[in-house]
Write a protein that binds this ligand. Structure first.
Ligand code: MLT
Length: 309
């Protein structure tokens, strides 16, 4: 009998086609990820579950997943899956670490530029017919120092694009070797130096026990005056309350956030502050990235289910 896969999030139809072409019996139910009770009812029928970020694979789901062999996350972060429990039950969890990196790096650069030139506020004001030409004074990024926290897959693409914009780039990443830093054209620094020197800071690390609250109240107090902070990585890396205070008293000049401690974020201390650009976790939201991750996750899951590889 053909293995059965459930797609419970909005994945590109490319994934469904690949599963079919590979001889997998696939059900495409993109609204199921938000319906925990129904998902728990049906999950027992499936060998594979393909998700993005809306489906939360919790204990309740895994308890009912009696046939499940593989969970495929079309994207990078697997923080919506209870990995320890999945591993205990012998369920493999796979992601697609490269499919959306360029898109996410481009979003971080866009957010930095939007923040430097106050584009969202200027756009809203112009749409409102105000023509406030003298209100929106920006800053150039050329020759400014960009501090990159995390120089892995996405961080290294951000570094490349920022160097193209003629920024000076420094990076904090305990896993970055001197050779790799030289190859990337960055100076490797300790976190305190980055906090003190950067004009812009962008984060590209997963949320772990080590990175949680990396921009804590204490670290926010160490920032260079007038810095702008970009977070297109994960909510929880920054103390949003402390950052809001620093924005209000002018120590921080701006912020651009795509991710929040609580998501979906319908409220945040950062909302409605001037010079704060916010987007609803759109880092991976391009046609190209969604095609890439859908294709990759479907191929990987099919390989595993059909050949165990
Ligand atoms: C990811 O982890 O791949 C990104 O945050 C994108 C997403 O979840 O939509």
């Amino acid at each position: 009998m053909a293995p059965k896969v459930l797609v419970s999030d909005k994945l590109s139809e490319t994934a469904v086609q690949i599963f079919r072409d590979r001889g997998i019996d696939v059900d495409f139910e993109p609204s199921l990820g938000k319906d925990k009770d129904r998902l728990a009812e049906v999950i027992g029928q499936y060998d594979g579950l393909a998700i993005r970020s809306a489906t939360k694979v919790t204990e309740k789901i895994l308890e009912q997943a009696t046939n499940l062999k593989v969970i495929g996350r079309a994207g990078i972060g697997v923080d919506n899956v209870d990995i320890p429990l999945a591993s205990k039950k012998g369920v493999i969890v796979m992601n697609t670490p490269f499919g959306n990196s360029i898109t996410t790096a481009e979003h971080a650069i866009s957010m930095m530029m939007a923040c430097a030139r106050q584009i969202p506020e200027a756009s809203a004001s112009t749409h409102a017919g105000k023509w406030e030409k003298s209100r929106f004074m920006g800053v150039e990024v050329t020759s400014k120092t960009l501090g990159v926290i995390g120089a892995g897959n996405i961080g290294s693409i951000v570094i490349d694009r920022a160097r193209g914009l003629r920024m000076k780039v420094i990076a904090y990443d305990p896993f970055l070797s001197e050779d790799r830093a030289t190859e990337l054209g960055v100076r490797k620094v300790e976190l305190d130096e980055l906090l003190a020197k950067a004009d812009f800071i962008t984060m590209h690390v997963p949320l772990t026990e080590k990175t949680k609250n990396i921009l804590s109240r204490e670290n926010i107090a160490k920032l260079k005056k007038g810095v702008r902070i970009i977070n297109c990585a994960r909510g929880g890396l920054v103390d949003e309350e402390a950052l809001a205070e620093a924005l209000k008293d002018g120590r921080v000049a701006g912020a651009a956030f795509d991710v929040f401690a609580e998501e979906p974020a319908t409220a945040s201390p950062l909302f409605n502050l001037p010079n704060v650009v916010v987007t609803p976790h759109l880092g991976a939201a391009t046609t190209e990235a969604q095609e890439n991750v859908a294709l990759q996750v479907a191929e990987q899951m099919s390989d595993y289910l059909l050949t165990g590889a």
